[in-house]
Design a protein around this ligand. Structure first.
Ligand SMILES: [Mg+2]
Length: 122
């Protein structure tokens, strides 16, 4: 399964990418929402998107809104956030995020979260 990490932080993208590769996932990375649009166009087999909130060019919420209009993501989007404010989490969910995960997170939490959104969730 291929996962796209969308995060402007190289170090976070590296750490999260390593967690995913160790667990057997394939990884693509984009540095902001605009970059993510291009990476998705070149990789039709991306099944999960891990999306940062705060990024230059196009942030996570703007990317969600772009996707609502253009439907480029085939699969769940998990918002990665340092924001634990309920209204921000609600806003992400209202704009098409399937789940959210609080930074910093462990590999176990990340994999459990990805499995929960990719196995039907019943
Ligand atoms: Mg960021």
């Amino acid at each position: 399964m291929k996962v796209l990490i969308v995060d402007d932080s190289n170090s976070i993208a590296m750490v999260v990418g390593q967690m995913l590769k160790t667990a057997g996932y394939e990884v693509e990375r984009a540095k902001d929402g605009k970059d993510a649009i291009n990476v998705i166009k070149e990789n039709s087999n991306i099944e999960v998107v891990l999306l940062d909130w705060n990024m230059p060019e196009m942030d996570g919420l703007e990317f969600l809104q772009y996707n609502l209009e253009h439907k480029i993501v085939n699969g769940p989007i998990i918002m990665m956030t340092t924001e634990n404010k309920p209204e921000k989490i609600m806003k992400a969910l209202e704009n098409g995020a399937s789940e959210y995960i609080m930074k910093p997170f462990t590999q176990d939490v990340l994999i459990t979260k990805i499995e929960s959104v990719t196995t039907g969730g019943e």
